[in-house]
Design a protein around this ligand. Structure first.
Ligand code: FES
Length: 136
């Protein structure tokens, strides 16, 4: 199996549907002659693949050591309270999905949050609420 082609195919499906539906998992497994479990394993391994529809905005908050020391837990709690969701959940209006993730690569600037592809560093509670309110 050509892994780069496999990942490219996964990205295409993810970009098309916003997640990787069951029937596409079957198609990919057949196309690359691999077990469905390998497709699922890849989905679980990479944070950018989903098996269910996500919100329009995917909120990722780092909770690795450096951000944790800089109160990322408080940021997460503020977001949970504001959105009314837990880690891995999507709001009822399908606007936001919250994910608590490992290091986002900005360790000296924590706490760090991403909204889709946009990175916010040194976020505060007020800043986070402003960011979320501006997601329309
Ligand atoms: S520890 Fe949070 S970005 Fe690295």
């Amino acid at each position: 199996m050509e892994y780069a082609s496999f990942l490219e195919r996964m990205h295409t499906v993810q970009d098309t549907y916003g997640y990787i539906p069951e029937n596409e998992i079957d198609k990919i497994a057949k196309e690359f002659n691999i077990p469905r479990a390998k497709v699922y394993g890849t989905i679980r391994f990479y944070s950018m693949f989903y098996t269910e529809p996500t919100g329009k905005y995917i909120i990722r908050v780092c909770d690795s050591l450096s951000c944790h020391i800089n109160q990322s837990k408080e940021i997460v709690q503020i977001i949970k309270d504001y959105l009314g969701v837990e880690h891995g959940q999507t709001t009822a209006d399908k606007k936001f999905t919250l994910e608590i993730v490992e290091c986002l690569g900005y360790c000296g600037e924590g706490p760090v949050m991403m909204v889709n592809e946009h990175v916010y560093t040194r976020v505060s509670g007020n800043m986070v609420l402003d960011i979320l309110k501006n997601c329309v």
